[in-house]
Design a protein. Sequence first.
Length: 701
Amino acid sequence: MDETAALPAIDTHCPYCSLQCGMGLRPVTGAVPVEVVERPGFPVNLGALCGKGASAAAVLAPGARLTTPLMRPHRGAPLAPVGWEAALDRIAVELSRTAERHGRDAVGVFGGGGLTNEKAYLLGKFARVVLRTSAIDYNGRFCMSSAAAAHSRAFGLDRGMPFPLEDIPRTGCVILVGGNPAETMPPFVRYLRELRENGGTLVVVDPRRTRTAELADLHLAPRPGTDLALALGLLHLVVAEGRTDEEFIAERTTGWPEARAAAMAHWPELVESITGVPVPGLRETVRLFCDAPASMVLTARGPEQQAKGTDTVSAWINLCLATGRAGRPYSGYGCLTGQGNGQGGREHGQKADQLPGYRRIDDPAARRHVAAVWGVDPQSLPGPGRSAYELLESLGREVRALLLCGSNPVVSAPRAGHVAERFAALDFLAVSDVVLSETAATADVVLPVTQWAEETGTMTSLEGRVILRRRAVAPPPGVRSDLEVLHALAARLGHGEGFPVEPEKAFDELRRASAGGPADYAGISYERIAAEDGVFWPCPSAGHPGTPRLFLDRFATPDGRARFVPVQHRPAAEEPDREYPLRLTTGRVLSQYQSGAQTRRVDALNSAAPGPYVELHPRLAERLGVAEGAEVAVVSRRGRAVAPARVTDAIRPDTVFMPFHWAGAGRANTVTNPALDPVSRMPEFKVCAVRLEPVVRAPAP
Ligand code: SF4
């Protein structure tokens, strides 16, 4: 008899995306120590999981993950098993030596949007207090930073969604821009279905007719990189048709005349010529959006991952403000954050310009507050550092040694071939991860750390709901937690105190560090999260109920008014030309997640999504002589990626698409453009100029 059969399931959450679906983990006997079971009581997903979540336990199997530290004695030597003490000693010595030889900023830290709040918080503290380096950033910069920047400058606060998911079915119209939740987070789709069942309408903006677009009342398919012009054209029509909410504009906003003037320069026919979206589609969108008693705009990576991503999101926010669709029940702008803790990861100090509580590192009052919690002199804290891509670009030059946690930039960063060269130029690389990712495989030391089912900690979902991940199973022998790693390294580097290994202790310190800041967690405790199915920040005191809905009374700006930001359309950093006549856009598929470091190790997911492909329109395929399944090279100024062709009329004829989950020859990010948004420093993953070349294989000898 299976002795574990009677054991109760532990309530926890999926390890992957920002929806943070509730799930149960029940201990079982066998190589995989738990099974995923439904947790129907968690309100966000009501027990539903996508294939990624349902199969997540597979990565716990010993064969799928790291269970011993690895080290190479010198560059060129293979990685070999080593004891923990030797591995930690080596990292401490190399980081110290680099700082002594080249200065503190020559030691870098790179984090991830999948780390718990506790890890992100202590990683930031480790960089600022122990290493005293400004060189820290994280892969969330690639994921949602443009929406964060636009949110902050319009509303004075960045929380991806300022309202809970449960509000979506209660609005009248949703414009979903550049997101495909039917593949990236399928349980989310129930909110869109309920919206339509309640009589609401869905407009999807995407260059591809995705599974999400197929659910929509209206699908607009702009050229990649033109979402900004599209939003301006809609705002132009709103003004021209007298659909503005003048009372709301007068009472709750500033900056309308300038934003209005910018929009009026984008008349519908011009916008059609830029975007490829016919004027009737623009007019119908305005009708659906403005006829509804309440409406929302939700953006995802499509408009955000552009060299003008911040301005693009601002244009969509301007549309909401001009129509009075913000700061009111069931209306507003929201961002569908991507990574599991993309929200919390950017709030607690692993971002180059931030301290815990979403404080700015260049704010003297913020520095004083956090330094007091940390027991250090505010003057000792470094200033702002480089953004993620700029940090990667500096490897082997300014930054000579790097500690990287839970990230795989060799696959996920733009211009990835170049990024791999920068990693190779480092004097020293240490990686802590669950699996031997492509980036970990290049390290000098690799530390095997616990993963979601083996650890406790908090995550902050796309709604701003702080939830509790619970340990359901002991890690295998030889595996330690990231908190234990930071504690051990800090101790070796002269900071024996201040790096707790117990997650709840770390969270209690995070609460104090965040108190009074924009993302105030002071009133949130593990007990409350467990009792209340999560708590929405800000929550400044134990008696505070949390804040599911922001901005209903006032926006978080000094004068309480939302700020219009006047923005103008501009071309992508790289437009098509004779040599590179097509636009490439990249994205995700249903059965893989981000760089694929975990999901490519799950048989069920690999069977469903075994490898990369190039999606192209039948007319383009015919013109190039490319047949379905034939290998084709996508070539840009940065390199070439090769994958089988997938011919479909669901994509524009001037655009090709590649998913970015794979390494090797089919690595989409070999081709992508690292042009950065000037405000958010987010790279332009979503559009670059390419050409397609059929791949002709030499006949076998
Ligand atoms: S939608 Fe996201 S959080 Fe939910 S099961 Fe799938 S990957 Fe996990």
